[in-house]
Ligand binder design. Structure first.
Ligand SMILES: [Zn+2]
Length: 252
């Protein structure tokens, strides 16, 4: 494996810290008990994408779509952030350079660990009104008759990016990728674009894959570590902080 900070040697000042972009996917939440999507036993083996996760599905049968997301939202309180979420929250807190966490996950585990992620695929705990555009934090079930708290129209939808829709925050993500010196992909399958293309957008930077197994795009990364997220992510964060801030150890 190659060191994250090429050119530095033990004991020498490493220079200015690189700006970091971290991308996370379902693999970071799997050990918290939330189903991943593309694994053999994942969610998309149990329901069809085109029945619950497209604008056409919502137009055709909104009650079914609501039921699917209501069930997933209801699972959240039983899941807890794991050591990988906590390690990334610590990195965000302690990193001396610019830092952006981008997640494809619609769960709230990064948030509950103390991170401030950009949810590029939306959030289970948020709804959006198709009549007035307002977004609302949401923990209850959503029905086709539920009125918008802002305008009272029964036009709420999950604030989730469905297949065929544009992910959120792409301008901010693109700028961060352009300016980053370190890009780390955590627990992503490498199958879903545009996120799967971020490693190529960050080709000027040092690129690292942390995943249970080599992803579809694994060969595009300069450095890879494979194993459970709860092991490889804390170890990577510990090494990075020790290298750039001298603040290794402890691990809280
Ligand atoms: Zn409204």
């Amino acid at each position: 494996m190659s060191a994250a900070a090429s050119g530095s040697s033990p004991g020498s000042p490493p220079g200015p810290p690189p700006n970091i972009v971290i991308l996370t996917g379902a693999g970071v939440s799997a050990e918290s008990g939330l189903s991943t999507f593309r694994d053999p036993d994942g969610i998309w083996q149990q329901v069809r994408i085109e029945d619950v996760a497209t604008p056409e599905a919502f137009a055709r049968d909104p009650a079914r779509v609501h039921a699917f997301y209501n069930a997933r939202r209801a699972q959240l309180p039983a899941a807890q952030p794991n050591a990988a979420h906590h390690a990334l929250a610590r990195l965000e807190r302690e990193w001396p350079g610019a830092f952006l966490l981008v997640t494809q996950n619609v769960d709230d585990l990064h948030d509950r660990a103390g991170s401030h992620p950009l949810h590029m695929h939306g959030e289970l705990r948020r709804v959006r009104c198709l009549a007035c555009g307002a977004r609302h934090g949401w923990d209850a079930d959503l029905l086709t008759t539920t009125p918008c708290p802002a305008c009272a129209a029964a036009s709420l939808r999950p604030d989730i990016v469905w297949f065929g829709e544009m992910p959120m925050g792409m301008d901010r993500i693109g700028a961060a990728l352009d300016g980053c010196g370190l890009f780390v992909s955590v627990g992503t399958s490498g199958n879903v674009y545009p996120a799967a293309g971020f490693v190529q957008e960050a080709a000027h930077a040092h690129t690292v894959e942390l995943n249970l197994e080599p992803s579809a795009g694994s060969s595009l990364f300069r450095e890879t570590h494979h194993g459970p997220a709860t092991q490889v992510v804390p170890a990577f964060v510990e090494r990075l902080l020790a290298e750039w801030t001298g603040a290794g150890g402890g691990g809280a």
